[in-house]
Ligand binder design. Structure first.
Ligand code: NDP
Length: 404
């Protein structure tokens, strides 16, 4: 593929590698000119591929609220464990015994373990930010409690189960003069970030059609999936849980909010997993530019992909939103190019945490603010209404339905 017609893509690809190797080559070149003794001796500062972490004392302190599957499997070890500007300094949990064990493993002082009342949190100067990683129906209450205690908040997706709850969270952040971010990790995942850069640089060409499918099995033997089958807790089924990645990702990549949506739902009638929430959701989105998209989600298959059909090339993220190993392929009729990023997918967890730290420290904009979470919840509700009423729903620019 040395004569690839996808020149811009190739340039990006080669540029990425050159960045990484350039530093190493320069470092090696300089060292090669010196005589290196065979005896133990100090050597110059190595040229690292990414900057070293900040000193612990100057990092922002994070408390994780809800010590479940995602918090213990990813947020604490990969997110906070890999962050350069953050450190884990507190825990919020309804299970004190579990919290004590996590605190002992992570070096969190017992005095910074809170229950969901969060009594005393306001006076705990070691905690700057609370990361809400609990079931969806609890996000509003916990986020507002943390904001009222003077802490910034990162909230898991979906932001909440209703647009009214999302708006209350946004209002509480404004009233407390604190920052509020929704943990849309794909915005910090290298392959997703790369394709967005390529779209913005015109390398994919205008996108007239896109499709995205997010499916995963729901297993009621797992505690993490039991609340997902309860409508009052989860707020919905596969759409709110993983279909939200299709919706949020396509809006980000296309750079516009849909103006019309139409959806259908289907659940196998005798499957106890779907007594309260939907299994399959399919939807069509129409964008103001005229672009169209198809999205689907279910709890009965397993895939996480996004296809973007541009006039110059088709960009395929498959998988698009996995925890690791996401892959970007850019295709023309002449060639398929896999675009390799310098950093692995796993940095998405720490990059989003460092992003909020930076926004707090410098006052810079948050890429995935509360308003984005609210927009997505508006559209999710329009999709449910469309499916229930069997018709297209017209949307305002903020994602809310035109007819209320
Ligand atoms: P889990 O069921 O594994 O963990 C949820 C934890 O929340 C529990 O362990 C418990 O922690 C606490 N909790 C508080 N109230 C309740 C309640 N009423 N019912 C159950 N648990 C409760 O869920 P997940 O970790 O899978 O999901 C948590 C959140 O993270 C959800 O909003 C989900 O959408 C999101 N998520 C995001 C992912 C992403 O990739 N961004 C991936 C997976 C989940 P304790 O015992 O400490 O009180």
């Amino acid at each position: 593929m040395t004569n690839s017609p996808i020149d811009p893509t190739r340039r990006l690809f080669v540029g990425t590698l050159a960045l990484g190797l350039g530093g190493i080559v320069a470092g090696r070149g300089a060292a090669a000119q010196e005589a290196i003794p065979a005896t133990p001796v100090g050597r110059p500062e190595p040229e690292l591929e990414s900057p070293p972490p900040e000193p612990l004392a100057s990092r922002l302190g994070w408390a994780v609220a809800g010590l479940g599957d995602f918090a213990q499997g990813y947020v604490i070890p990969k997110g906070l464990g890999g962050a350069r500007r953050a450190k884990l300094t507190g825990l919020v949990s309804g299970n004190r015994d579990k919290a004590l064990k996590v605190a002992a493993r992570q070096g969190v002082p017992e005095g910074s373990i809170y229950d969901y009342a969060m009594t005393g949190l306001a006076d705990d100067a070691s905690i700057d930010i609370v990361y809400v990683v609990t079931p969806n129906s609890t996000h509003q209450e916990l986020a507002i409690r943390a904001l009222e205690a003077g802490k910034h908040v990162m909230c898991e997706k979906p932001m909440a189960n209703s647009s009214r709850e999302c708006q209350r969270m946004i209002d509480a952040a404004k009233a407390a003069d604190r920052r509020l971010m929704v943990a849309y990790r794909a915005h910090f995942e290298p392959s997703n970030v790369r394709v967005k850069e390529m779209i913005d640089a015109g390398e994919i060409g205008p996108i007239t059609f896109a499709s995205s499918d997010h499916h995963r099995p729901l297993d009621l033997s797992l505690p993490r999936d039991q609340w997902r089958a309860k409508r009052t807790i989860a707020g919905g089924g596969s759409l709110v849980d993983i279909g939200i990645y299709s919706l949020n990702g396509l809006i980000w990549f296309l750079g516009e909010t849909p103006s019309r949506v139409c959806a259908t739902l289907h659940s196998p009638p005798d499957d106890p997993r779907f007594a309260e929430v939907e299994d399959l959701m399919t939807a069509q989105l129409v964008f103001p530019s005229g672009a169209r998209a198809n999205i689907s989600s279910s709890y009965s298959s397993n895939t996480k992909r996004i296809d973007l059909f541009g006039a110059k090339a088709v960009a395929k993220l498959d998988p698009a939103t996995s925890y690791s190993g996401n892959r970007l392929t850019v295709s023309t009729p002449e060639a398929n190019e896999q675009v390799v990023t310098k950093e692995p997918s796993e940095v998405q967890f720490s990059n989003e945490i460092d992003h909020l730290c930076e926004a707090i420290s410098t006052g810079s904009a948050i890429r995935t603010p509360g308003e984005m979470g609210l927009r997505d919840v508006h559209i999710i509700h329009a999709l449910y209404r469309s499916a229930a009423e069997g018709r297209w729903i017209d949307l305002n620019e903020n994602g809310s339905a035109k007819d209320g």
